[in-house]
Design a protein around this ligand. Structure first.
Ligand SMILES: [Zn+2]
Ligand SMILES: [Zn+2]
Ligand SMILES: [Zn+2]
Ligand SMILES: [Zn+2]
Ligand SMILES: [Zn+2]
Ligand SMILES: [Zn+2]
Ligand SMILES: [Zn+2]
Length: 378
């Protein structure tokens, strides 16, 4: 029963994502035929939102546009990744994190203007649950990116700007209680290694399911030939967005304290948390035993909080300055594509049907520096 509920939630979420495709409210099947009634159970289907009208392929008859076909395929593949992620989430959140991340990358192939604002909500929520599960002490709350407000981050993740939403009311983040930080227990280096391990294992799962690598993403084999460079770059960019140094955590182990968050007590008279109190009375013989009292600086513990990391054992990642994001490729400005070298100088004659191998006549080719990842290579 529980499994069914999860599946239904997923399908409904996918319906919101899907845009042109609909989920039958009666039987839960997906319907792409575009009719008024469900082909499986004949129930009336919800209204279709206005279909996308890409300028370069005008609608012809009832044929679904290539964009709609691709969108349907991307949603189906992303749905499979989400299902796999849900299966891993409780036991191996690091693997689930990578699978949700791949689903999000696959959805990026669809033009965002063709999608409703609720796009990918189930994917984003899954990502955040996994990030919380893998969180590190002192890390900015993964559920709200440290803002303490939940809605703002969802809008940001879905492609909206923070400025546009900060004026609207948003609920305090439930994960951190609005504080913006959470008290994870994991060491930052352990978390980083776990995230990398999760990526490797998710990669093996997806590879076994027939996917092929496109940068850090795992895509259906056919896409490697079918996708335009811009579409491929959209996927690769999402998959490669995390800072390579910190795996997106935004923190690195504090060198001053080797990650312990503690330093030996700064009181020079302190010996393992105790100080000897010299008797103030000069008449007392020098041989009198000095009184041992608890060191007031370290409260008798012999150690104090490390200053650079304020006791957290981790500091902002030096590479990404704590943002958790990789630096954009300077050649393409982070787009992952550049104008096709060949086609920029050569105008296609009207009857020239030859396909440019670099840009497939789209005018855009994968950036030669970053290969479409949109980030500085290591
Ligand atoms: Zn139905
Ligand atoms: Zn939060
Ligand atoms: Zn430290
Ligand atoms: Zn002390
Ligand atoms: Zn970093
Ligand atoms: Zn070209
Ligand atoms: Zn580039």
């Amino acid at each position: 029963m529980r499994k069914l509920v999860v599946l239904m939630t997923l399908l409904l979420a996918t319906a919101a994502v899907r845009g042109q495709l609909r989920i039958c409210g009666s039987c839960g099947r997906e319907d792409s035929a575009g009719g008024e009634f469900c082909t499986a159970c004949q129930a009336r289907l919800p209204d279709i939102p206005p279909p996308p009208a890409p300028a370069d392929n005008a609608a012809e008859g009832q044929e679904p546009s290539p964009a709609a076909t691709l969108a349907a395929g991307a949603f189906e593949q992303a749905r499979l990744d989400v299902l796999a992620a849900r299966g891993e989430e409780s036991r191996r959140p690091e693997v689930a994190l990578a699978l949700y991340g791949n689903a999000r990358a696959l959805l990026a192939v669809i033009d965002p203007t063709n999608l409703p604002p609720a796009t990918g909500q189930s994917v984003l929520e899954g990502l955040q649950r996994c990030r919380v599960a893998l969180a590190v002490t002192g890390q900015a709350c993964p559920a709200c990116s440290g803002s303490g407000r939940r809605q703002v981050v969802f809008q940001q993740l879905a492609g909206g700007s923070a400025e546009a939403t900060t004026r609207s009311t948003s609920a305090a983040c439930a994960t951190c209680g609005g504080r913006g930080t959470i008290s994870g227990t994991r060491d930052v280096e352990a978390a980083r290694l776990l995230i990398l391990q999760g990526r490797r294992e998710a990669g093996l799962l997806l590879q076994a399911a027939g996917r092929v690598a496109a940068g850090s993403a795992w895509i259906p084999k056919a896409w490697a030939q079918e996708l335009m460079p811009r579409q491929l770059a959209a996927i690769r960019r999402i998959a490669a967005a995390d800072c390579q140094a910190c795996a997106g955590i935004g923190l690195e182990r504090c060198k001053a304290c080797a990650g312990t968050g503690r330093k030996p007590c700064t009181n020079r008279k302190c010996r393992d948390g105790w100080v000897e109190e010299k008797p103030g009375n000069t008449l007392t013989p020098q041989t009198a035993l000095a009184r041992r009292v608890k060191c007031p600086v370290c409260q008798g513990t012999g150690a104090v909080n490390c200053q650079p990391c304020r006791g957290k054992g981790a500091v902002a990642c030096a590479r990404c300055k704590g943002a958790g994001l990789a630096a954009p490729c300077r050649t393409c400005g982070g787009e992952g594509v550049s104008e096709c070298r060949t086609c920029r100088t050569r105008r296609h004659a009207a009857d020239d049907t030859s396909l440019c191998p670099k840009c497939r006549n789209s005018g855009w080719m994968l950036c030669e520096r970053c290969k479409g990842d949109g980030v500085v290579a290591r």
